[in-house]
Design a protein around this ligand. Structure first.
Ligand code: SF4
Ligand code: SF4
Length: 225
């Protein structure tokens, strides 16, 4: 089970302040178990955003958002609603936001923060990787995680060692910041590179106290007998 928590609503509204029309996409896998997803929660967010004057072009839940082929096939019938939106708001772990971002041609805003990958997950073993930073920033980086795409975990552009788009640490490996640049360029959001991403706050990695007291957490922590 991948454990996620809601981003504070104030932070979310600030991120979405320039977005008028939004499509809400949720994962029906781990977030349902972590009580950060499910149709009820998606519809509650729809109401909240409509009260803030946003237009919600559609709400949709897909079994596993970390599965790109599944996203492609399931969204086929909802393309008009997605096309009609300025951006997407994604209820999933970082992997789901990464997978959605790689398919969509719009910014995908994470609605959740990923706290831990303990236990069994529905993880799609593709190029998506999440470092469970507890403060998902994929809307700034075109859906590419700088913590996992860059071995130095750089947050504001590439190091001087980059050579022709390849990483200093391994010439066979694409530079994470080259991938971020290409992804933002593909969706016409290159100006997002001007946002300063503050240093990682390691306090956010730790799951909140309430979660660590829950039965869900106890099950994840339980040793195999
Ligand atoms: S920014 Fe990266 S490490 Fe942090 S939650 Fe998102 S995908 Fe995971
Ligand atoms: S070359 Fe790119 S991916 Fe490699 S360490 Fe430098 S910034 Fe990170």
């Amino acid at each position: 089970m991948i454990l996620t928590e809601f981003k504070p609503i104030e932070e979310l509204l600030e991120k979405l302040k320039d977005e008028k029309k939004i499509f809400i996409l949720g994962c029906g896998g781990c977030p349902e178990g972590a009580e950060t997803g499910g149709k009820k929660i998606l519809n509650e967010m729809k109401n909240k955003l409509e009260n803030e004057g946003k237009i919600i072009t559609g709400v949709m839940e897909i079994d596993f958002l970390c599965h790109k082929a599944l996203i492609r096939s399931r969204t086929r019938r909802r393309l008009n609603e997605i096309e009609n939106a300025d951006s997407l708001l994604i209820f999933s772990c970082g992997l789901g936001v990464q997978a959605s971002s790689s398919i969509m041609t719009k910014v995908c805003y994470p609605a959740l923060n990923t706290k831990t990958f303990n236990g069994i997950t529905g993880m799609w073993q593709g190029t998506e990787r999440c470092d469970t930073c507890g403060d998902c920033l994929l809307d700034f980086t075109g859906g590419i995680c700088p913590y996992t795409a860059c071995p130095k975990k750089l947050l504001n552009g590439s190091c001087a060692g980059q050579s022709k788009g390849k990483c200093e640490t391994d010439p066979e490996r694409d530079c994470g910041w080259e991938l971020i640049y290409k992804s933002l360029k593909r969706i016409g959001q290159i100006e997002r590179l001007y946002n300063f991403i503050p240093p990682r706050d390691y306090k956010k990695v730790l799951p909140p106290t309430e979660l660590r007291k829950s039965s869900l957490w106890a099950l994840d922590e339980k040793e195999v007998i």
